[in-house]
Design a protein around this ligand. Structure first.
Ligand code: UDP
Length: 254
């Protein structure tokens, strides 16, 4: 696929020029990074799993009327997407305390939040994606008031829908991160869901055992990372006959 023009290379995906104007191709890599690139590994098969899981979740969200950049999956690692101008914010929604909110506020991991909490992080690797307030978003014009309102309402809708979807397969949606983009359609600009939704960008815990089925297995050197992703795919009914995946590590995973 290297014949196509590369538009952008991120940590987990490469974006190529699409077959038609206004389209792009997202190629899901096996690379895993954490702690702002300090930890890096290649997890064989992760890209294939995330391509499938994200396809499924984006399609389901499209079906309930959430506009997304997803058009169709092209092959094991690639999907055709709509070109957008990425809004430089990560919108995080939390149902249960985990990760950065625990460190920041001294809350115990696993504490159920009395209501979903939406947080904004400014997308800037050099700054380590800092938490920002609406005031910063408005003052620095990272997103307009209507865009922000649209992103928050879509995020809460995604949370409701995906919480139910995952609960049906005995998985708790602990938290997740979304990214949105601007889609220019003639005179109109629409805010649509972009990037991916996968175990790289969500925390997913088995409801019965509490077992982590997400990227925290990689962050915390718990091992069996792709096995956990394959378990999520299997429960969602995608990749039914996924072969057992070999995990290549830098030695600190099991
Ligand atoms: N997240 C992500 N990309 C990031 C930061 C966070 O996908 O650059 C996801 C993460 O997997 C989790 C949620 O957003 O599902 C909340 O992450 P948190 O703020 O707790 O940060 P972390 O502990 O991952 O540094």
């Amino acid at each position: 696929m290297s014949r196509r023009k590369k538009m952008y290379e991120g940590k987990a995906k490469v974006i190529y020029e699409g077959p038609e104007p206004g389209t792009l191709i997202a190629h899901f890599k096996d690379d895993a990074t954490a702690f702002n690139n300090e930890k890096h590994d290649v997890l064989e098969g992760k890209g294939v799993l995330n391509n499938r899981i994200s396809e499924y979740l984006m399609q389901q969200l499209g079906d309930i009327g959430v506009p997304t950049h997803f058009i169709k999956r092209l092959n094991m690692r690639e999907q055709l997407i709509r070109e957008v101008e990425i809004i430089p914010l990560e919108i995080v929604c939390r149902n249960i305390a985990a990760g950065s909110i625990c460190k920041r506020l001294g809350i115990k991991e696993g504490e159920r939040l009395s209501r979903p909490i939406v947080e904004y992080f400014y997308k800037d690797d050099d700054l380590g994606d800092p938490l920002v307030a609406e005031e910063h978003i408005a003052a620095f014009n990272w997103a307009g008031p209507q865009e922000l309102e649209d992103m928050v309402s879509m995020t809460l809708r995604v949370n409701d829908f995906l919480s139910g979807l995952f609960a049906a397969v005995n998985i708790r949606l602990v938290d997740f991160k979304l990214e949105f983009g601007r889609r220019y359609e003639g005179e109109m600009v629409r805010t649509i869901l972009a990037d991916e939704i996968s175990p790289d960008s969500c925390r997913l815990w088995d409801i019965t055992s509490g077992k982590k089925l997400d990227k925290d297995r990689f962050r915390q050197n718990m091992g069996n990372v792709t096995d956990a992703y394959a378990e999520v795919a299997r429960r969602l009914g995608v990749m039914k006959d996924q072969p057992r995946l070999k995990v290549i590590t830098n030695g600190d995973d099991e």
